[in-house]
Design a protein around this ligand. Sequence first.
Ligand code: GLY
Length: 358
Amino acid sequence: MKVVIIGAGVAGLGIGWRLRQAGCSVTILERAQPGGGASWAAAGMLAVTAELEDSPEPERALALRASALWPAFAAELEEASGRAVFLNQGGALLLAGDAAELEVMRSRAGGDLRIVDPAQAKALVPLLGGSLGGLWSPREAHVDNRALAEALTIAFLKAGGVLNPNEAAVRIETRGGRASAVLTPYGRHDAGAVLIAAGAWSGLLEEIPIVPVKGEVIALSPPSGAVLPGPVVWGEHVYCVPRHGRLLIGATVEEAGFDTSVTQAGRKHLRACAEKLMPSLKSWSLSDHWAGLRPKSPDGLPLLGGTATAGLFVAGGQYRNGILFAPAIAGEMADLILGKATVDPAFDPRRFLGDLHE
Ligand code: GLY
């Protein structure tokens, strides 16, 4: 089968790689550069504990499936691409903002997760100022998302996939009620199946209700002699991720259309939140500042599956967890497109879509 994928983020690349491994002919059309959207802007956290506590069960289950797949997925991808993805399973410390939050954290403790008092928190992260302690998640992980996208690009190409950067899809054609081709300014790509995996841009092509949610991130470099935290640190409105000698601090959350400008207000807010947790960050220098667009659906859950148009699929709406979900979405969406699996009804795109090509 010939599959045309719209979007070369970690979702489109991962699914494309799996489909190539299954023997499909796969072309990925990318409006800009591969891995250049949310896959580039993310901080790469696989934040099962920190970001999914309030999520509905199907999403938590997806997160846990993905988290379990990550070590083998990273190893397979590194082998296939010859590139490191820097999977770091150094844990995450979730600091309580007040006594009420600490009580909620107490109710979550158990298994791997344990409550730490202020002294234990400081032993885990010596840069901390005063804290109330919080929840310690020793296996929480993160990955270098930019290296991940590069590795997926290489693995996909080495597997025989075709990747066309700077080629935006402008229309999906149907024949006899089936998706049959994708049209671009440069030509026509016939397809047995079409997958939209275009992140925040997914809704521009079809009536897919995904909106961009802007997030600004800054990077701080330590003065000489200062040591980065080992684990990821979460506090009020902020997370801090050690990455290649810098501390990434994110992220703002704002619906601002497709605006990816960086702002002084965003920078000040992120610095202030991080310095409240770790006062010595005041002497660290700002080394980078960027913004990206998370793809969000109306109910905040992913859209994973087919549409009412036969042969037209969507993998979108990953919102804050696209990097975490990547290994599960790669395998599960490939199986779905091959007709070997069904979709979890909670993620079925048809909960929002009529027949796109009526
Ligand atoms: N998952 C991190 C963020 O969305 O900011």
